[in-house]
Design a binder for this molecule. Structure first.
Ligand code: KIV
Ligand code: NA
Length: 275
């Protein structure tokens, strides 16, 4: 399993880091079998698994429930769990209590938090408590309603400069990795060069130290909108839909179950039963 220093080493050696979200036992197991370097139990689970409109409805209990399943499915892979909306925005005591609850109950290796400003203090607090932290800058889905929707961030020189400073602040506060979401590739390259911790992009071009995608986007599983920056690698939805349609048809026409699916009783038991 990769430790935080293994990821720094991968950046130093120019080895790309492949990150993917997972939300349950089978998706975690498949991710681990595919050789994913780090699994994110993202609060995107609100949309792709739970059917909410945004990540805002996701609770700490949701993250724990899914984080546990992921841990059991991928015991040999570094697992990072998102701290959900509201769980790290109140008092330090509350933040610590929720963070420790997630770490202890899921067995995750690290936590991820979105944003800068006061969140930089949160990164410092968690790191100094002994919890490794992944920072998340650029498009912040938990703040989408303030940002005016899911839009590309850091497009002006001023916004780009602020994002570079924020990334440096995240590193200085102790973050061991930074996720950059939906920013121009030129800015992502600059941020990647400006910090010594690995930068993982999503909708941030090819110049980062690694990439992260949402499991369900990557294999086209589910009915949600798939963003422009996603490459779809498989059509799991079509495979499953065809299989299920065949299942329904075979129940209706009586071809399922077949003889090889059924159980039987011994002749003597049958004779006793029927008298
Ligand atoms: O929740 C999530 O899936 C994420 C990724 C988009 C980085 O935070
Ligand atoms: Na997230």
């Amino acid at each position: 399993m990769n430790s935080t220093s293994d990821f720094t080493k991968m950046k130093r050696e120019g080895k790309k880091i492949a990150m993917l979200t997972a939300y349950d036992h089978p998706s975690a197991k498949l991710a681990e079998e595919a050789g994913i370097d780090i699994i994110l139990v993202g609060d995107s689970l609100g949309m792709v698994v739970l059917g909410y409109e945004s990540t805002v409805a996701v609770t700490v209990d949701d993250m724990i429930h899914h984080g546990k399943a992921v841990r059991r499915g991928a015991n040999d892979t570094h697992v990072v769990v998102d701290m959900p909306f509201g769980s790290y925005h109140g008092s330090e005591d509350r933040t610590l209590k929720e963070a420790i609850r997630i770490i202890q109950q899921t067995g995750a290796n690290s936590l991820k938090v979105e944003g800068s400003g006061k969140v930089i203090d949160c990164i410092q607090l968690l790191t100094s408590t002994g919890i490794p932290v992944v920072a998340h800058l650029g498009l912040l889905p938990q703040s989408a309603s303030v940002l005016g929707g899911y839009k590309v961030q850091g497009k002006t020189a001023a916004a780009a400069q602020k994002l570079i400073e924020d990334a440096k602040a995240c590193e200085a506060a102790g973050a061991f990795m930074i996720v950059l979401e939906c920013i121009p590739y030129q800015l992502a390259e600059q941020v990647t060069a400006a910090v010594s911790v690995p930068v993982i992009g999503i909708g941030a071009g090819a110049g980062t130290d690694g990439q992260v995608l949402v499991f369900h986007d990557t294999v086209k599983y589910g009915n949600h909108h798939v963003p422009k920056f996603v490459e779809v690698y498989a059509d799991a939805g079509a495979v499953i839909r065809n299989g299920l349609t065949d299942y329904v048809a075979s129940v209706k026409d009586g071809s399922f179950p077949a003889e090889h699916h059924r159980f039987t009783m011994k002749e003597e038991e049958l004779n006793t039963l029927y008298g």
